[in-house]
Design a protein around this ligand. Structure first.
Ligand SMILES: [Zn+2]
Length: 271
């Protein structure tokens, strides 16, 4: 199997997988049908940065599009859609950001959000710290799970700061997935008690690296995703990681946990 194109008939007899981090507004309905044919049972459609937003209302319009356009497109393709609505560090509005935070709980309820995300630190500016802390507190108050991204640059250092902000917020670690982890950050993230996101992506982890990381500590709390979006990404990243794990001889239970069961457990956890 490839990570990109091609047909997916090879998966006809395979159990379903979940892709836990997808920027659905940047992908076509045809992609969703191909995912469904490949055995994708569900995706977590996360809000993103979209090149930046000028005002709070622009962020809310992005959320509305995901809920009213992209979630129905996924459902029409036969893929369950959990919706994660949050303000990405690069999506903090340039003006009036402080007016956005108090509006989040109402829009989450109105659009029936399943989670908050993706949120996190990119450059670790005061505005980013404030946005992360505020959203963690609100997510805790609303009893929603949160997808927290770790950036490409200074990943280990930003993870340490992120963990301090998580502690300040008071949110329970089992309500948080720390995403885009790598060889340097998986263990410190695991010590926090949070869920552990691994991303199969040309600019992040190869399927073989994901398999190696799962082999190093087992499938407990691991959640594999693709970060599908506008940039080059692997439509079949999760099944490619699944195949790499199988070729590496990993325990079937660990594989199922990493590509399906943990994502479902994280998103459907009782409040
Ligand atoms: Zn993303």
């Amino acid at each position: 199997m490839t990570t990109g194109g091609g047909t997916a008939t090879i998966r006809a007899e395979m159990p379903p997988f979940i892709d836990a981090h997808v920027h659905a507004n940047n992908r076509s309905s045809e992609d969703f049908r191909r995912l469904a044919a490949a055995g994708c049972a569900g995706v977590v459609a996360v809000a993103g940065e979209e090149g930046g937003f000028s005002l709070p209302e622009s962020v809310l319009d992005h959320f509305r599009r995901l809920a009213r356009v992209d979630r129905p497109r996924l459902q029409a393709a036969g893929v369950k859609c959990w919706l994660a609505l949050g303000v990405h560090p690069r999506g903090i509005p340039a003006r009036q950001a402080e007016e956005l935070w108090p509006r989040l709980p109402a829009i989450w309820r109105e659009l029936v959000a399943d989670a908050v995300g993706e949120v996190g630190l990119e450059d670790d500016s005061p505005a980013e710290r404030r946005a992360l802390l505020e959203q963690l507190r609100l997510a805790d108050q609303e009893k929603l799970p949160v997808i927290v991204h770790t950036p490409r640059r200074h990943k280990a250092m930003r993870l340490r700061t992120t963990l301090e902000i998580l502690a300040d917020s008071g949110i329970a670690p089992e309500r948080v997935c720390l995403d885009h982890l790598d060889e340097d950050t998986l263990e410190p993230a695991a010590d926090s008690g949070c869920w552990l996101g691994l991303t199969v992506h040309p600019a992040k982890l190869s399927p073989a690296r994901v398999a190696g990381l799962v082999a190093s500590r087992g499938g407990a709390r691991i959640i594999v995703s693709s970060d599908l979006g506008a940039n080059p990404s692997y439509l079949f990243g999760v099944p490619a990681a699944e195949q790499a794990m199988r070729e590496m001889g990993l325990d079937e239970q660990d594989i199922r946990a990493a590509v399906h069961d943990n994502a479902a457990g994280f998103m459907d956890r009782p409040t």
